[in-house]
Design a protein around this ligand. Structure first.
Ligand code: FUC
Length: 356
């Protein structure tokens, strides 16, 4: 593409015959983001390195059927409630709701189809910040066990500041939990470049929410200080990973939620690429892609091995429906769920705590 704006194309057809469109957003610096209507999924993100060389920094597939059948949530929007809900049930206003069990006896990432395995409607929308596409999906009352009809929109905007902005809204006709996130696996060296252990990570969070062996939170909120989970000083991801096997945990960051704040910075020394993560939500989940085992064939036939990409997923902490001490995730009729997440790219120094 030689101009900035939005290019719309037909991506593929689902196994049940539904057309899936793609939208490529391009900014003034040649950065591009491609989003498909299946799962509102980011399938490509081309970002410049310190020499201006573009590389695709997100893991994904060439074929739609792979997104339908084997994707470990590559690049999609996850909901209605991201992360695990213990025992796949919760009680709200005196009624108990049973959800799809798709992770042992637990519920994961909104269930079997959720928001990630459905075709969304999409339109190009005018936006002063840059080219934008807005996707919408209405999840019916009872979908995956959740109460209420939930009307969700997600807008992706690519700004001339090299930021991919993701804005969520949701409205409901019955009280229901909502926690939406974006599930890209990033590798700032380029998605075909091996593992992410050399990436330097800073997470502006003094606290995290420990989990049990099945990755459901215990409900405690603990300091990261003195643990291998402490990224308050920029640290290579590989430095302490042998102590934990892989990172898969939720942080409560140090900023008030409701206003957009930078909560993390990821930097890859070889390419010079840096990604800042900003959010209005209270938590960020860090997952190092250690369930990848080389069997998935990604874009260009590339085998994605352990640690091939990492996720920095903003939202509310996992399993908040069971932990009143965590920020509340219940949306009620008349309220509007609104969150923003920004992944902003540069070649800024990643070895120091950002000063600005
Ligand atoms: C992340 C992790 C989960 C799960 C999923 C595919 O959200 O927190 O544990 O593996 O991705």
């Amino acid at each position: 593409m030689t101009h900035c704006g939005v290019e719309q194309y037909v991506f593929a057809t689902t196994r049940d015959g539904r057309q899936v469109d793609g939208f490529t957003l391009c900014n003034a610096h040649g950065m591009t983001a491609s989003i498909i209507t299946y799962g509102a999924t980011l399938v490509q993100l081309f970002v410049a390195d310190r020499h201006g060389q573009l590389a695709d920094v997100v893991l994904g597939f060439d074929r739609l059927d792979q997104y339908e059948t084997e994707s470990p949530y590559f690049g999609c929007i996850v909901g209605r409630v991201a992360f695990r809900i213990a025992e796949a049930q919760f009680t709200l206003d005196g009624a108990t709701y049973r959800l799809t069990r798709n992770c042992g006896r637990h519920h994961l990432h909104g269930g079997r189809r959720g928001l990630s395995h459905v075709v969304w409607a999409a339109e190009v929308v005018p936006c002063p910040d840059g080219p934008a596409v807005k996707l919408r999906h209405v999840s019916g009352d009872g979908d995956e066990g959740y109460p209420g009809q939930l009307d969700v929109t997600v807008q992706y905007t690519l700004t001339d500041e090299n930021a991919l902005k993701i804005q969520y809204t949701a409205r409901t006709d019955k009280p229901t939990p909502v926690n939406l996130t974006h599930h890209s696996y990033f590798n700032l060296a380029g998605a075909r470049s091996g593992d992410i252990l050399d990436h330097i990570l800073w997470i502006d969070a003094d606290q995290y929410t420990p989990t049990d062996e099945e990755l459901t939170p215990t409900g405690r909120i603990e300091p990261v200080r003195g643990t291998p989970f402490d990224f308050t000083t920029p640290t290579p991801i590989g430095a302490r990973i042998h102590q934990v096997g892989g990172y898969d945990l939720s942080y409560l960051h140090n900023h008030p939620h409701g206003t957009l704040a930078r909560v993390a910075r990821l930097h890859q020394p070889g390419s010079g690429r840096t990604m800042d993560v900003l959010t209005t939500a209270p938590a960020i989940v860090f997952y190092t892609g250690h369930y990848l085992d080389g069997t998935l064939r990604g874009k260009g036939g590339c085998a994605y091995g352990k640690f091939a990409g990492l996720c920095l997923e903003t939202g509310h902490p996992p399993d908040a429906v069971h932990h009143p001490e965590f920020p509340d995730v219940i949306l009620r009729p008349g309220q509007v769920y609104r969150q923003t997440c920004v992944y902003r790219f540069s070649t800024a120094d990643g070895a120091r705590v950002p000063a600005d």
